[in-house]
Design a protein around this ligand. Structure first.
Ligand code: SF4
Ligand code: SF4
Length: 393
């Protein structure tokens, strides 16, 4: 018989036992940095998970708060000498809580449900953009101005590589897809884009603990891009999720698919010799690079962005060791206070970088980070847009 308040987290005991409570992760945790609260640190969250899983503690509001305030940036993972797979523990915990309806409110489930229906998403996105123009969307929603027009969709030209177009990225940042496609073509490769089945990778569903929905979307995405060609992704969050399909779906096909996924910058860095040179011979001067967590901490591929941006610019790195910007999927909407405080630190780091380098351009390879930082008044561009502007004027 189920005991009230007791929820089986179903975490791997060995993974849960890996933490030795050394605290080396604490300075890398954005929520601990802004609050100083142990419960809002990786160590504190792991201890709370152990209390529930090992000692039968009930899932009360405090536990839910510890879980919901985690940005899932995974900045704690590379800092951890014991190799604690924190992202997996947090995703498992969220999945257990969402299954019991303790997290992921109904409006969020409804919104995420629309992401896999691309035409509906495009129509809804246009309406939202119009509502913004008419000042019907409150500023506290924290949304950057969305495009009313997005221009033509990218069309397949061949089969050398797949270019993943996704949901929000295609609705809000389609010019970046066109720039990516133009670069691939200029380098002498053809590309295919997935059909409607590949409309959403499920990254935001995994974040929210909606694993069954994420799994269904992942299976569709895998079917949408058959064969052996590399799957190129220009959104860090989507790429991180797709590289984890082997774990999420658990089939040999999913593992094989995940091995084909490359962040676009990883692929470009491997083919730097095929990138054209700037026709004018000029670069763009200093450019500040903001590392999205899912590129730096999860995919560990931020070095590729530096190499690619360095092809056309003087790279300026931030001095905050990749601390999260607070975007975190739907986090900025669900936890606006904390997300704002975390963003303030990132903005300060960007301002310091601008002051010491004179750079006026900031790039970030994840739509969530770009929009979240734009909400603070910064102009942030995708690295591919800057590259295409210089190389394909
Ligand atoms: S998660 Fe890793 S770094 Fe953090 S306290 Fe545990 S063992 Fe130490
Ligand atoms: S994932 Fe990010 S916010 Fe969550 S505990 Fe780790 S460092 Fe902190």
């Amino acid at each position: 018989m189920a005991v009230e308040g007791v929820i089986e987290l179903g975490l791997d005991d060995e993974e849960l036992s890996t933490c030795v409570a050394c605290g080396l992760c604490l300075p890398h945790c954005p929520t601990f940095r802004v609050t100083g609260e142990e419960g809002l640190s990786p160590r504190g969250r792991i201890d709370a998970m152990r209390n529930v899983q090992w000692r039968g503690a009930s899932v009360d509001d405090t536990f839910v708060h510890f879980v919901e305030t985690c940005v899932q940036c995974r900045g704690c993972e590379p800092a951890c000498p014991s190799g604690v797979p924190f992202g997996r523990l947090m995703e498992g915990t969220r999945t257990a809580l969402a299954a019991e309806r303790r997290t992921a409110p109904r409006w969020l489930r409804g919104g995420l449900g629309a992401l896999g229906r691309h035409r509906l998403l495009l129509a809804g996105s246009t309406l939202l953009a119009l509502a913004q123009r008419m000042r019907l969307v409150p500023k506290r929603a924290g949304l950057a101005p969305l495009p009313v027009r997005r221009g033509p969709a990218v069309r397949s030209t061949g089969t050398d590589v797949w270019l993943y177009t996704g949901c929000v990225m295609d609705a809000w940042m389609r010019p970046t897809h066109r720039a990516t496609a133009a670069l691939i073509a200029r380098m002498g490769f053809t590309f295919a884009v997935p059909g409607r089945e590949g409309a959403c990778c499920g990254a935001l569903h995994t974040h929210a603990g909606l694993a069954p929905q994420a799994r269904r979307l992942a299976e569709r995405v895998i079917r949408s891009m058959p064969g052996d060609a590399p799957v190129l992704v220009n959104s860090a969050g989507c790429g991180a999720a797709m590289k984890d399909y082997g774990h999420l779906v658990g089939t040999p096909e999913a593992h094989a698919f995940a091995a084909r996924v490359r962040d676009i910058h990883e692929w470009l860095a491997e083919h730097l010799d095929r990138l054209p040179l700037s026709p004018s011979g000029d670069g763009v001067g200093p450019v500040i690079v903001q590392d999205p967590c899912h590129l730096r901490h999860v995919q560990r591929a931020h070095g590729a962005v530096l190499a690619v941006v360095g092809h056309v610019a003087d790279v300026v790195e931030l001095d905050d060791e990749g601390l999260c910007c607070g975007a975190g999927g739907a986090y900025a909407t669900l936890q606006p206070g904390l997300a704002g405080e975390i963003r303030d630190r990132k903005v300060a780091a960007i301002e310091r970088a601008a002051e010491r380098s004179g750079a006026t351009v900031v790039v970030s390879a994840n739509p969530g980070c770009m929009l979240h930082l734009a909400g603070a008044g910064l102009v942030v561009r995708h690295p591919i847009d800057v590259l295409a502007e210089v190389l394909l004027p």
